[in-house]
Design a protein around this ligand. Structure first.
Ligand SMILES: Nc1ncnc2c1ncn2[C@@H]1O[C@H](COP(=O)(O)OP(=O)(O)OP(=O)(O)O)[C@@H](O)[C@H]1O
Ligand SMILES: [Mg+2]
Length: 302
C-alpha cells in the first residue's frame, strides 16, 4: 500500500524542486522553438511524478532544466533550496553530483567502460569509487536491475534495454535525493519494466527519494503519485492521487483516458513540434553532454 504524504512529502522541509515560470527557447527568428513556455512544477520530497505528453512537447527539456543540465531562458529553478539559474557551471556540476541521479533518454553510457565501471562512475567523480567495496556496490546495483552477470560487458555488447538498466543503476548508486529518469522503461519488455518501476517506487517509499520520470506508457505512469501532462511546453493537466491508487490496469486506464481526452482537445494544434517525427535530439539539449564519449571524465554528466 502506498504511503499517503502531505504536501512536503511527509518529510518536512522545503520541496525537492520548485520550477516557476520556466521558459526555454531554442534557435532564432523563424527557427525559434519555445520548448518550455512558462512551466510551474513543485515536487514535494518523497514524491513520484510522471511527465507525459506528445513527442516534442518539452519533456526532456523540462527534466534537463530541472537539474541544471540545460539553462532556462527565463524563470526560476530551485533544487533543494538552491537557485540553479544563478549558479556557475562548476557549482551546478557539484550540486548535481551530490543530489541528483539522471537517466538520459539516450542512456549516455561511456562506451570504453564496462557496465560496472559505468555504474561506479558517479562514485569516482565524487572522489572515491576505487576500492573493492565500491566495486562490489556497483555489481550489487547491477544485480538489482537484473544484470549482475554482465558487469564486465561494455555498452556495445549490451542490448538497448540492458544499457537502459545500467544507466538506471548508475543513477541510483549514490542514493540521490532527486532521480530524474527520461523514459527509463522505453526499451524494456513489460516484465523488466515492472521490475525497474518497482525499484524507482521503492526508492521513493523506503529511501524518501523524489522521482521525476518521463514516460509515454500509462502503465509506467501508474507507478507515480501524480501525472503531469505537457503540451507545447506547458503543463496543461495534472492527475493527482485520489486515494492511494495502485499501479496496474485500473490506474493505467484512467491515465490513458485522460491522455486521449487531452489529445482530442488539442487536436492538430497540440503545439509546435508535436507529432511523431518532431522529437528533439534524443534528450540531449545544448547544455547536456552531447558526444559524451569524447568528454573528459570530470565533465561527464551521469
Ligand atoms: N538543442 C535544441 N535545439 C533546437 N531545438 C531543440 C533542442 N532541444 C530540443 N529542441 C526542440 O524543443 C522541443 C522540445 O524537445 P524535447 O526534446 O524536450 O521534447 P520531448 O517532449 O522530450 O520529445 P520526445 O517524446 O520525442 O522525447 C522540440 O520541438 C525540439 O525539437
Ligand atoms: Mg524526450
Amino acid at each position: 500500500m502506498r504511503n499517503r504524504r502531505d504536501d512536503n512529502g511527509g518529510h518536512g522541509g522545503a520541496p525537492a524542486l520548485v520550477m516557476t515560470g520556466v521558459t526555454r527557447c531554442y534557435g532564432r527568428r523563424q527557427q525559434r522553438v519555445r520548448a518550455l513556455d512558462g512551466v510551474d512544477v513543485t515536487l514535494p520530497r518523497g514524491s513520484f511524478t510522471a511527465v507525459m505528453g506528445p513527442s516534442g512537447s518539452g519533456k526532456s527539456t523540462l527534466l534537463q532544466c530541472a537539474v541544471g543540465l540545460d539553462r532556462p531562458s527565463g524563470g526560476s529553478v530551485r533544487l533543494g533550496g538552491h537557485e540553479l539559474t544563478r549558479m556557475g557551471g562548476r557549482a551546478l556540476t557539484r550540486l548535481r553530483r551530490e543530489r541528483v541521479g539522471f537517466v538520459f533518454q539516450s542512456f549516455n553510457l561511456l562506451p570504453a567502460l564496462t557496465a560496472e565501471q559505468n555504474v561506479r562512475l558517479p562514485l569516482r567523480l565524487a572522489g572515491g569509487g576505487a576500492g573493492r567495496a565500491d566495486r562490489a556496490r556497483a555489481v550489487d546495483a547491477l544485480s538489482r536491475v537484473g544484470l549482475g552477470d554482465r558487469a564486465r560487458s561494455r555498452p556495445a555488447e549490451l542490448s538497448g534495454g540492458q544499457q537502459q538498466r545500467v544507466a538506471l543503476a548508475r543513477a541510483l548508486i549514490t542514493k540521490p535525493e532527486l532521480v530524474c529518469a527520461d523514459e527509463p522503461t522505453g526499451a524494456l519488455d513489460p516484465a523488466t519494466a515492472e521490475h525497474v518501476l518497482g525499484l524507482l517506487r521503492t526508492s521513493v517509499d523506503t529511501s524518501g527519494a523524489t522521482v521525476l520520470m518521463v514516460t509515454h506508457d500509462p502503465v509506467a505512469a501508474s507507478y507515480a503519485d501524480r501525472v503531469l501532462f505537457l503540451a507545447a511546453g506547458r503543463v496543461v493537466e495534472e492527475l493527482a492521487e485520489t486515494g492511494g491508487w495502485e499501479p496496474g490496469a485500473a490506474a493505467a486506464a484512467r491515465i490513458a483516458a485522460r491522455m486521449r481526452s487531452l489529445a482530442g482537445r488539442a487536436g492538430a494544434g497540440a503545439g509546435q513540434g508535436a507529432g511523431p517525427d518532431a522529437g528533439g535530439p534524443a534528450g540531449v539539449g545544448p547544455g547536456a553532454p552531447a558526444g559524451v564519449a569524447g568528454a573528459r571524465a570530470s565533465e561527464v554528466a551521469v
